[in-house]
Ligand binder design. Sequence first.
Ligand SMILES: C[S@@+](CC[C@H](N)C(=O)[O-])C[C@H]1O[C@@H](n2cnc3c(N)ncnc32)[C@H](O)[C@@H]1O
Length: 269
Amino acid sequence: MGNYMSNPDQFILDFYRDVAQRFGHSSQSTMKDHVIRRAEEEFFIEEIKRYMKERNPRPVIADMGCGNGHLLKVLRETFPQCELMGIEFTPELYELAVAREIPRCVILQGDIRDPKALPTKADVIITERVLINLLSDNDKQKAAQAIAQQLSVQGRLLMSESFLESWRKLNTARREVKLSPIPQSKQNRYMSEYDIQDYFPLGFVELKGIFSPHHLSTHFYFSRIYHHLMRPEGGQLQETEFVDFFDEAIGPGIGQYSPIQFRVLEKIV
Ligand SMILES: C[S@@+](CC[C@H](N)C(=O)[O-])C[C@H]1O[C@@H](n2cnc3c(N)ncnc32)[C@H](O)[C@@H]1O
């Protein structure tokens, strides 16, 4: 297996080859938590609907780091009128995405850092936990530049990415109640607000999203803190009625405890 320090690209490829083999076409591939997966889909769908109303009723949509193609399938069913594109770095996940045979959807093996990865410009670019797989500041900046070059003017960048600032807040809250901090996985290097600022000189502004950036905060608080405190030994660990109940009772977006944030940027020039 590639070493994440000496050969980060190979480390990522090895990691996701294993994911492809273990999860195939499952919606749990790269995301076991069904609440997060569903919220991400709702975020992308609602923001695309808004874009269609405000800017362009038939946008070209690109999913960068599309994994096994799960989101592209959902987008195809939701937006039959739109052209879709997917870029995926890991050959085994790329093959799974292609095997879905999604109509009017071009899927290419490629790299989010490549300014020529997409065959045409996109009106909406999606990154769903992929910028965090770029393990250096330099690679994150390259990706920002490549995205800026491939997005049409007035196009929107929809991110579901993990951020250091809210990850630290989650761990502060865990420490308070004697839970150990949750580490970042080795295949990830979370974004920071500084990474978002890199987009502004490239012609982007940040928009207020339909969902709060911290939409998943309530869920993280209940699933990563409260549930651990309340669960008796041997009690169910994941996908619990307990967490579903509190998520629904309290409602989304309370606090800033979700490392995963939903961000919306528009390219204005
Ligand atoms: C956390 S997974 C998310 C996949 C998919 N968006 C999903 O939600 O299932 C990150 C994905 O980004 C891909 N990836 C990592 N580095 C990439 C790069 N430089 N260019 C394009 N894709 C990349 C990985 O192979 C993996 O499929």
